[in-house]
Design a protein around this ligand. Structure first.
Ligand code: PLP
Length: 356
């Protein structure tokens, strides 16, 4: 899909920081690109966005986001594909989720024009920051926070929308060790789990840190009511190959509707596997691990892409999963997704938004 972008007022850096980037050791989120988008919401309307040099921002310590948590973000990726095009993966779908998150947090919507034009213009300005090594990409972080200064508990009347980008390598460098979390909760039905709001992540840190101290990388969150059903993991949705079918937890209000999850589910028919979106109990998972009918487990997300799971621990019983070979569903799905993004496989679903 090609687009025209309206010009955005741009102030360029005097000297780029690109030469300070170690592209052989990018990590995730270490280097922030030269420019950022900033747009303010005041007096009930959005002001014109601007592209400015990435820099610190002056802010009152009384801004409402810091006290009451009105802060929402998105995460997506841009690529330089094999045909020399610069593309963003499914920005419209990320924009729709951004607005769902904003609505849940009583924050004003951002128009598709503001979201996508700003993104595309920023990526064009910082196009030299897009890494080209296999598996790397330019991560894009649009976010919005309440910046009215006032200490009373209230919905803010003022907001700031910002977009940062950073060149990244894959998030997990090796298969992930999982603990099924049956004490702490990430989100409850009716809460904010389906929104990408900052507090969901802050609240997840403590149980995840405890699991990491026990030698795990991540937890599988279970439902808040009974700790009986698997929900998701860290910044990933989870998928299993169970009895030869691709099974993934169905979406409920405590779960994030992942763009990668949706993309992989869409690709399943061409990958020749039946799918089930349904509740998966911890008991069913454990039986599958014991009997060997659960042959694959993996996480899917923008940052994690497709991340194999090495082991799953349930109430201190640790189960190893077979190493995923080239014929595994997860590696075939990962390759197909990558080929679509890189332009070596036709983009029949119109997922690549062509910036240039
Ligand atoms: C909690 C959570 N679940 C799932 C995902 C995967 O979503 P997506 O594929 O849109 O990145 C993310 C990442 O955004 C996340 O933060």
């Amino acid at each position: 899909m090609a687009v025209m972008t309206a010009p955005i007022q741009t102030e360029r850096v005097k000297k780029s920081r690109l030469s300070t980037v170690d592209f052989s050791n990018l990590g995730f989120g270490t280097y922030i690109s030269d420019h950022m988008v900033v747009a303010d919401y005041k007096n009930g309307e959005w002001q014109e966005p601007k592209i400015v040099p990435y820099a610190e921002m002056m802010m009152s310590p009384a801004i409402l986001a810091l006290h009451y948590g009105q802060s929402v973000f998105e995460g997506m990726k841009a690529f330089k594909n094999k045909n020399g095009q610069i593309t963003i993966f499914r920005p419209q779908r990320h924009h729709q989720r951004f607005n769902r998150s904003l609505e849940r947090m009583c924050m004003p919507a951002v128009s598709e024009e503001l979201f996508i034009n700003s993104l595309a213009s920023l990526i064009e300005v910082d196009e030299s920051w897009i890494p080209t090594a296999d598996g790397s990409s330019l991560y894009i972080r649009p976010f919005m926070f309440a910046n009215e200064s006032r200490l009373g508990v209230k919905i803010s009347d003022e907001y700031r929308f910002v977009i940062l980008t950073c060149p990244v390598a894959p998030y997990f460098s090796k298969p992930v060790r999982i603990k099924v979390e049956e004490e702490y909760v990430r989100a409850a039905e009716g809460g904010t789990g389906y929104a990408k709001c900052a507090g969901n992540y802050g609240g997840a840190f403590y149980p995840t840190m405890l699991a990491q101290k026990q030698g795990f990388d991540q937890v599988f969150w279970t439902d808040a009511k009974e700790h009986k059903y698997i929900e998701e993991s860290g910044a990933m949705n989870v998928m299993f190959v169970l009895n030869g079918k691709l099974v993934t937890p169905k979406l409920v209000s405590s779960l994030l509707d992942g763009v990668t999850r949706d993309s992989i589910l869409t690709l399943t028919s061409s990958l020749g596997i039946e799918t089930e979106q349904r509740r998966i109990s911890v008991t069913e998972l454990e039986e599958g691990l014991k009997s060997g009918t659960l042959t694959e487990a993996f996480g899917v997300g923008t940052a994690a892409v497709v991340s194999p799971i090495a082991s799953i621990s349930i109430q201190e019983r640790n189960y190893q999963l077979p190493v995923a070979g080239p014929e595994s569903f997860q590696l075939r799905a990962k390759k197909k997704l990558n080929d679509i993004r890189m332009g070596t496989e036709p983009d029949v679903h119109g997922w690549n938004y062509i910036v240039k």
